[in-house]
Ligand binder design. Sequence first.
Ligand SMILES: Nc1ncnc2c1ncn2[C@@H]1O[C@H](COP(=O)(O)OP(=O)(O)OP(=O)(O)O)[C@@H](O)[C@H]1O
Ligand SMILES: [Mg+2]
Length: 264
Amino acid sequence: MEDLIHISAVRHTFRTASGPLPVLDGLELSVPEGGFVAVVGPSGCGKSTLTRLVAGLLIPDEGDVSVHGAKIVGPRSNVGMAFQNPVLLEWRTILQNVLLPLEIVPTKLTKAEAEARARKLLALVGLDGFEDKRPSELSGGMKQRASLCRALIHQPEVLILDEPFGALDAFTREDLWQIMHRVKAEEPFTGILITHDLRESIFLADQVVVLSGRPAKTQFVLDVPDVGVRTLDHLYSPEAAEMLNILRHQIEVAQGRAPAQVTS
Ligand SMILES: Nc1ncnc2c1ncn2[C@@H]1O[C@H](COP(=O)(O)OP(=O)(O)OP(=O)(O)O)[C@@H](O)[C@H]1O
Ligand SMILES: [Mg+2]
């Protein structure tokens, strides 16, 4: 399948008050159309910086970041983003929050069609009946679900999720993982998921990219076998245990806590 997103040989250094800070050095990442790639790596290595490259909010010093073969040269409106903090606007209802991107990004949808789409997305994530509530009336997991609908409302070419489930408790997080599978089946997207949770990465993504410590390069890539419908039970299978072991080792390498080669 053709790559929708292609990042190759990217290097970037931030100029800070205390001097140059190299953050990316040898970043390689490709996401095919309809693919979902998880990115894991040590804290502060450059994961959020990577998402800014894909959104066109940051142009790297060197290397290539392209979408559909066209080099990204500036901010792109056709991306959907969700973060650890859902930042919903309290003076708007949940429905109005979900509709917000359509006020910024050009759309062919009429007002009625847009609203119907927002209601459909909210129902898909189990938030039917909450359309007219305010963000403060929702739990953390519900806010995150609404934020996901908002990221998808304009049918973005790329969905970027930067630790969206990081602040949730383990059970709520697992609920959200299952909702993500439902959403992907109903509303196919091409996505990049930044996460610190290795189980989350193999449950949701079809490929996991491990970044090294800063400056980040692509250190390791794991393809997650297609097992059809994934259930939480899969996470307790021997295959999952093996993948988690490999990834855990790679994270230790990235943190400089283990040598690159497994010696046994
Ligand atoms: N605009 C900027 N100017 C200067 N330094 C920056 C800028 N943005 C990020 N950095 C620095 O670049 C490094 C990478 O930041 P980034 O947010 O990409 O890391 P991260 O991998 O997402 O971390 P975390 O896992 O904690 O979210 C950090 O040291 C950060 O301080
Ligand atoms: Mg980050």
